[in-house]
Design a binder for this molecule. Structure first.
Ligand code: SAM
Length: 251
């Protein structure tokens, strides 16, 4: 699966993030080589990333993504007509932004390793309600042709378990086909059944034609059922600002 490197500005647009949203504790899952957490840190925003690739590649990931992005330049030029260029301007703009993000990611994961945790959906290494807002870009629905309905359901429930307020997922179209993920409405009904409300919202970002919508899950009324399997939890070395004074439930 492709590891990509989107920027803070792209996250802000993809997830329609307001200043109020950015004042909260945020999880980026999967973070890939995106510079969201790095640039958030520069602005004093409390954000953490989790990705399964952080288990093995970590510091090398930014460099690998940078090389891969350059390697794909030819393909991008050939397929340029298949995309919307209102954000990047042209393929050169996209390459510039991705490489810039991968570099910021690389220096931040070295400088602040505690902000980048290894973990894989559908089981994350965080206690319930660890974050106010969880952002998830270009994994769920995007890879809908490869990741089945059961995986999507389990992954969405897991993201909702660690979010106190909201989960936002972008986009809701499948990468290969450009079609809206066809199990979306069924998943929304399943989530409603366990107390997770949802809505699909248009945003001011489009690269894949038709990919300008995010799914928002409202998690305030959701309490995850205790798992019968032992949960893999990790101590997050970043201070739990909003949990200070609350008894720790982290293993
Ligand atoms: C296309 S990238 C998106 C990265 C970032 N959100 C962005 O927009 O630039 C997809 C990421 O999903 C990660 N990934 C794939 N399966 C995963 C899983 N089960 N749990 C967590 N991360 C996963 C990959 O390692 C990769 O970094």
């Amino acid at each position: 699966m492709l590891v990509s490197a989107r920027s803070f500005a792209e996250y802000r647009a993809m997830f329609a993030l307001t200043d109020r949203d950015l004042a909260q504790r945020i999880l980026d899952c999967p973070g890939g080589a995106a510079s969201f957490v790095a640039e958030a840190g520069q602005r004093g925003i409390d954000a953490v990333a989790v990705d399964r690739e952080y288990a093995s590649h970590r510091e090398k990931l930014g460099l690998l993504v940078e090389r891969e992005t350059l390697f794909k330049r030819g393909q991008l030029m050939r397929e340029a007509a298949d995309f919307v260029w209102s954000w990047y301007g042209d393929p050169a703009g996209l390459l510039r932004e991705r490489i810039g993000s991968a570099r910021l990611f690389r220096s931040d994961i070295t400088a602040r390793p505690e902000r980048y945790l290894a973990g894989a959906l559908p089981q994350l290494p965080f206690a319930d309600g660890s974050f106010d807002l969880v952002l998830s870009s270009h994994l769920l629905f995007s890879y809908g042709n490869r990741l089945g309905g059961d995986f999507h359901r389990a992954a969405l429930l897991e993201l909702a378990r660690v979010a106190r307020r909201e989960v936002r997922i972008f986009p809701v179209v499948v990468y290969d086909t450009g079609e809206r993920y066809d199990g979306l409405e069924r998943l929304r009904e399943d989530l409603a059944g366990v107390g997770i409300g949802s809505r699909v919202e248009r945003v001011a970002y489009e690269f894949q034609p038709g990919g300008d919508e995010m799914l928002v899950l409202s998690c305030g009324g959701y309490r995850a059922q205790a798992s019968s399997e032992p949960r893999v939890t990790a101590f997050d070395p970043v201070r739990w600002r909003h949990r200070e004074g609350v008894s720790r439930r982290i293993a």
